[in-house]
Structure formats: structure tokens, C-alpha cells
Write a protein that binds this ligand. Sequence first.
Ligand code: GEK
Length: 245
Amino acid sequence: MPPSFDQDKLFSEPLTEIGDFRFDAAVARVFPDMINRSVPGYGTVIGIAGVIAAHYAQAHSAIYDLGCSLGATTLAVRHRVSAPGCQLIAVDNSEAMLQRCRQHIEADTSLLPVQLVCADILDITPRDASVVILNFTLQFIAPAQRAALIRRIYHHLRPGGALILSEKIAFSDAHQQQQLDDLHIAFKKANGYSDMEISQKRAALEKVLLPETLDQHQQRLRDAGFTTLRQWFQCLNFASLLAIK
Ligand code: GEK
């Protein structure tokens, strides 16, 4: 049986001090509820990431899910990939998240081998990869370190291999930024979060989750060497790209 999870009430009481957001045991316990109520289109992105990964997976290659959290993307990929001899490597630097991820993987019966690695994705070498997935993870990496990570992924991807990148995005136009921020807040309210929960979580994430514009992401991918870029999804201020080597 996969582990059960609680409803996200982490920011529902007034906090005297709001520390930086951390992926600790309390977050791990509510994570499926939290991400589904906070990221518009999350379920669709996970499902389609599995389809895209299966399309680009090459025989006897590695597939990396970087920032795997509880393994939602890992499992979507595991259920789709049919290329022979593939191995999935799911990486996260939160032991609390990975512990629950392990329980989800163990409760799953499909046969594709999955290796769970507790590490900083900045220290990972995605050797012999045909697919690398960064689903809502790059946004937590310090901006100055993002280019080197994308370059390393490009370097280790096999020719024809794919990078799947999903992110919260920013907008260079102030009016558009305000409009999409307001709509994101409306989405969270529609999912039952109070104004206080939304503003306290926003304060906790302020220095931790740093979105960039689609142009910045696309330029960085091109600079790393990717020539084929496709935007395959956007829902409000969240978007997904596919980059092919
Ligand atoms: C999903 N992809 O469900 N190294 C390793 N892991 C990291 C690092 C790092 N430097 N920084 C953050 N993380 C998942 C959702 S959540 C997105 C990804 C969100 C991990 C962090 O511990 C967390 O599990 C994950 O990246 C980000 O499809 O919460 O908005």
C-alpha cells in the first residue's frame, strides 16, 4: 500500500516568524495535496511527461527524474516506458521526501528498475541518459547555477535524447505578471486555501522558488546546445518545455 497523506494545513495558523520553505517531513506528509492544489495542471503535466519520456526513451539507457519528490513523475514514466533495458534514476536531496517516494515505488508493481538517490542534483552526472526530467525542480536551484546544470545534462544526454522541463514562470511585462499572479491566487482560493495560507506560503517561498521567464529558459537551453525546443504545456503561470539533443 502506498503511504496515505494528510491535507495541507501547514500555513493555516498565523505564524510569528516565517522561515524559508523546506522539504521536510511535515511537507512530505502533505505533499500530494499541496502540489495538486498549488500547481495548475500538475496532474496533466505528470501524465504527459510519462508519455513524452516513453517516446524518447532509448533501449539500454538511463532516465533521470531530478527532484523526484514522492515519485509522481517517476511512476508515470515507469508505467509508460517499453524500450528494453532502461533504468530509472530518481534523485532528491530531501531524505523525508525520498523515504515516502521509496514507499510509493515499493507499492508499485511495474517492472522497470528504479534507483533512488539522495543527492543534490548539482552533484549528479546523468550518464548515458536518453531522457532527463526536471519537473518543477530547476526553480529551486540558485539562478547562477542553472546554466552549468543544463549544460551538464546536455553533455551527458545521448544524441536524440530529451530534456523535459516544467517550471513556474515569470513575465517580463509587469501587467501580465500581475494578472497571472492574481489568477494563480484565484486558483489556490478555488482549491480551498485562505488568504492567510496563500500569503504565508508566498513569504516562505520568496527566496527559495525563483521563477524565470520562458525566454530565459529557452535562451539557456539554446546556449547549452539544444537546437529543438518545444513548449508543450502552459496553465496560468506554469509551463513545460521539451528540448531535444
Ligand atoms: C513531481 N518533480 O512531483 N537537489 C535535489 N533535489 C532538490 C534540490 C536539489 N538541489 N532542490 C530541490 N529539490 C516532482 C515535484 S518539487 C516541486 C518537484 C514543488 C527537490 C525538493 O526536495 C523537492 O522534492 C523537489 O525538488 C521540488 O513531479 O514542490 O513545487
